[in-house]
Design a protein around this ligand. Structure first.
Ligand SMILES: [Zn+2]
Length: 137
């Protein structure tokens, strides 16, 4: 490979890595908004409010199903290139908390708090991952 080709290749990889993390952050943001809107569900009126409460758990399974492959992929390749154990741990603990919350293994009352904390951890892991990628030459 010519040096210029090599640079182009690196740049492409970097863009792809940042895009992956960005999707994970957007996904986490949607879930946070959704969870934080729940206490105000009553204010949305009986129809919309009830719909939000009824779709709560399904929405979290769906988010987890999307977050799992995305986070493993993005944080996995991030770990390979910048070896931050903290980022990887944060992401894994976050996903685990999301799973504990949505599966109701520890009780339905913990779904929202566990999900919110888990999602924040996952989001923070992806922000760290993005910063590490951008810092790379
Ligand atoms: Zn949520």
């Amino acid at each position: 490979m010519q040096p210029s080709d090599h640079n182009k290749h690196n740049k492409h990889n970097k863009h792809q890595a940042v895009a992956l993390d960005r999707w994970a952050i957007i996904l986490s943001g949607i879930c946070l908004l959704h969870c934080l809107a729940l206490p105000f569900a009553v204010l949305l009126g009986p129809v919309l409010g009830q719909w939000l409460l009824d779709t709560e758990t399904n929405a979290h399974w769906l988010l987890l199903a999307m977050a799992l492959p995305l986070s493993f992929w993005a944080l996995g390749r991030g770990y390979k290139s910048h070896k931050s154990l903290l980022t990887l741990t944060l992401g894994s603990v976050g996903l685990l908390l999301m799973f504990l919350g949505v599966s109701h293994l520890v009780g339905e009352a913990f779904e929202v708090p566990f999900t919110v904390i888990g999602v924040c951890a996952v989001m923070f892991a992806h922000i760290r991952n993005t910063l590490a990628t951008l810092r790379q030459h």
